[in-house]
Design a protein around this ligand. Structure first.
Ligand code: SF4
Length: 457
């Protein structure tokens, strides 16, 4: 069996499963957020009854993160609906925007978009917050009402996005009927060159198979190149499995995974026991690709989908209006550090927005010092509009007052993960997906730029 088949067999209580089997799978964690949570709760109450209790109050994790820093009253209300449900059900893990369990969330636009407006429990973008808060464990099954839930495959777990109806069912039963996906095998070899990042790996792979090339399939990443990737890098790669239509992305368990997961579970007092799955000799794959990481170059996915692969150096005549760094995929501390390495001591030529994925990342950047300055200050001095209001922001467009949203047709280079028309706002805008290093280099020149042109020696 492949890693995904082994995970699903275990979760289904079976000795083995094969691709195409339909199995009832037990969930270890169900995650939802402010956009899909209210709908999921509605389905749960409709199907199980107004006074029904969730299947396990300690296995539901609720993380408001999407439409938070907006004056749109219906978006604010969604956070209140989550808070009321958490109180009613006594749910253990709720990362509220405000500290008052009886309060109401209201974003105050008069305070501006840059200064922190959240309380002490707020966790930021769900997929980045889940591992930081100790909710991702090897060998487990994570369902989330968000397509990029697949990011947690970096931790050797089966993690996939589901709709509100399925999530309402999981909320009531802890189970879901799943078809076991076929597995595509991506063997990574070699080491990335300077200027090349994990984002380039996944943009390369999606470019090979197209934006629907992994539809309802598992994408397994392994080999020596995968082992050499940091945890953040693995998260970036697994996050974008869905951009090829993948059911999930998955990595092997190793010492790095163990160190990260053990530290985070202990830090947050979450469940610290788990059982990873290892590779078998008799894995059956429906597709095989070997990627030599040392041959990869800075890569861009052009408008209008993540499979439109080109090299950054082939696009250097494309003029840009905007640059954006943020999201679960591209808003981690390591992403901002690489971004800052390119920008340090220089000035951006176009509007550039920076949205850290979580408050912890804001803290990292505001405390990491390079010489006299913090990394945050280096970015601000380079002309980047940095907000402390960590969240999804313009990655998903959002209400018109969302920080960084494109409210008119423009061309934007972005470290986010999805570029279908209208994704970041105006439906006639064009989004070019790239690594944080390529976004930084392009912000400096105002055209798509290979970061190797700008990197310090
Ligand atoms: S940052 Fe973007 S991709 Fe990630 S969860 Fe938020 S909207 Fe989705």
């Amino acid at each position: 069996m492949t890693l995904t088949e082994k995970l699903l067999a275990r979760a289904a209580g079976k000795a083995s499963v094969a691709a195409g089997d339909n199995v009832w799978v037990n969930a270890d964690v169900l995650m939802t957020h402010d956009v899909c949570g209210p709908g999921t709760i509605g389905v749960f109450k409709r199907e199980f009854g107004k006074t029904a209790k969730v299947w396990d109050r300690k296995k539901i994790v609720i993380i408001p993160d999407h439409y938070i820093f907006t004056a749109d009253s219906r978006s604010n209300r969604n956070v209140d609906i989550l808070r009321e449900f958490v109180a009613e059900q006594d749910i253990t893990y709720f990362y509220d925007v405000i500290d008052d369990p009886k309060g109401h969330w209201v974003f105050d636009p008069t305070k501006g978009a840059l200064k922190r407006q959240y309380g002490s429990n707020y966790a930021g973008v769900c997929h980045t917050a889940l591992p930081q808060k100790g909710h991702t464990r090897p060998g487990e099954v994570l369902f989330g009402t968000d397509s990029h839930t697949c990011m947690a495959g970096a931790f050797n777990q089966f993690a996939t996005g589901i709709g509100n109806t399925d999530a309402g069912f999981v909320m009531g039963t802890g189970k879901l009927l799943l078809k076991v996906p076929e597995t595509m095998h991506f063997r990574l070899e070699g080491k990335m060159q300077k200027g090349v990042m994990a984002k380039d790996i996944i943009l390369h792979c999606i470019g090979e198979i197209g934006f629907d090339g992994a539809t309802y399939r598992a994408m397994q990443f392994d080999g020596p190149g995968a082992s050499s990737l940091t945890i953040d890098d693995r998260m970036t790669v697994a996050n974008m499995a869905i951009e090829a239509g993948g059911k999930n992305g998955i990595f092997e368990f190793d010492a790095q995974t163990k160190a990260f997961v053990d530290y985070r579970c202990n830090l947050n007092g979450t469940k610290a026991t788990y059982e990873p799955v290892e590779r078998d000799r008799n894995e059956k794959f429906c597709y095989e690709l070997t990627v030599d990481l040392s041959k990869l170059e800075p890569t861009v996915a052009c408008h209008p989908d993540p499979g439109q692969r080109k090299l950054a150096k082939e696009l250097n005549t494309v003029r840009l209006d905007r640059a954006y760094i943020g999201s679960c995929t591209g808003g981690k501390t390591s992403d901002f550090l690489e971004f800052a390495r390119v920008l340090q001591g220089k000035r951006v030529a176009i509007d550039t927005f920076g949205v850290p994925a979580t408050p912890e990342i804001v803290h990292d950047l505001q405390t990491a010092r390079w010489g006299e300055k913090t990394v945050w200050q280096i970015l601000v001095d380079s002309g980047v509009q940095m907000t402390e209001n960590a969240g999804c922001a313009a990655c998903l467009g959002g209400p018109v007052d969302t920080f960084g949203r494109m409210n008119s047709p423009m061309k934007c280079i972005s470290a986010t993960n999805r570029n279908f028309p209208g994704r970041m706002g105006h439906k006639e805008s064009q989004v070019f997906l790239a690594s944080p290093a390529t976004v930084a280099a392009s912000a400096l020149t105002g055209r798509i730029t290979d970061p190797r042109e700008c990197l310090p020696n």
